[in-house]
Design a binder for this molecule. Sequence first.
Ligand code: C2E
Ligand code: MG
Ligand code: MG
Ligand code: MG
Length: 285
Amino acid sequence: RAKAGGKSCYSVFNSNMHAEAMSRLQIEAELNRGIEQNNFVLVYQPQIELQSKELLGMESLVRFYHPQYGLMSPLRFIPILEDTGIIIKIGEWIIQTAVHQFKTWQDAGLPLKHVAVNLSATQFRNKHLLDSVREALEKSGLSAECLELELTESLLLEDTNSAVKTLKQFKDMGIRVTIDDFGTGYSSLSYLRRFPVDSLKIDKSFIKGIISEPEDIAITVATIDMAHALGLSVIAEGVETVEQRDFLRDHGCDCAQGYYYSQPLNHEEFAKWTIEYEKNTHNDI
Ligand code: C2E
Ligand code: MG
Ligand code: MG
Ligand code: MG
């Protein structure tokens, strides 16, 4: 039945697939060479305590400069790194770089309490994860209490028994754990009882609507109250306006990050931003 006109359909399909596979292979190769060629960079976004306006620390976010395509979003290249397993190598580089950079800033006297690093599913499942985190901390001399790991709910629910085990090991080391994008996974709230985590990060999709959408307001307020009732702290991501900041502060949210304060910044910009922020903490920011 695919005969009439089937041939040309087939060949078009085939050549598209070929082009796509080629560019995917090419992207994979570039990602693979990315560390040696200095095409990966970390950027840092400040995290602020809402009541005190104190700068607490930052989240590190990875960027990749593709030699032909320019800046690629992590939403696009992290899945490729995951599929190919390259994420293990890049993930180690990310942790080492973030920890080392943070220690350098702390030693230079910047008033920062922690650095948050994102972990993906493959990294979290990797049996060498703990050792590589420990090694990064030892090499840099940074205390484990300064490191926070961001994990998503879906990642934790893949294999809950081994997830609990890994989280306990982090806790024993003194590392803090945050559930990222909270509210967007298939969460069964009962997992919060089993998983030894320290804080919840409310996803930016809810923060977007906290001034106007009754559902987003309800979910955000309920998340803040539930987190506190469980002894967890709460941070909001994607805070873009002063109204959102005020709402979150007035409803007891502990911390915030987002374009309202700053875009993610490269290391030079971040150091400058921090110094400026410290000068201006008494102003309304
Ligand atoms: P995420 O961890 O939930 O990070 C928050 C994303 O929101 C970041 O996008 C950040 O740049 C963006 N963002 C920050 N403030 C605002 C705001 O006010 N409004 C809006 N609309 N967006 C804001 P980014 O950097 O593109 O990262 C996307 C995702 O890629 C991250 O989501 C995380 O899941 C993943 N990712 C980023 N860096 C890493 C990393 O080093 N390792 C791993 N495994 N994943 C990473
Ligand atoms: Mg994150
Ligand atoms: Mg997030
Ligand atoms: Mg998110």
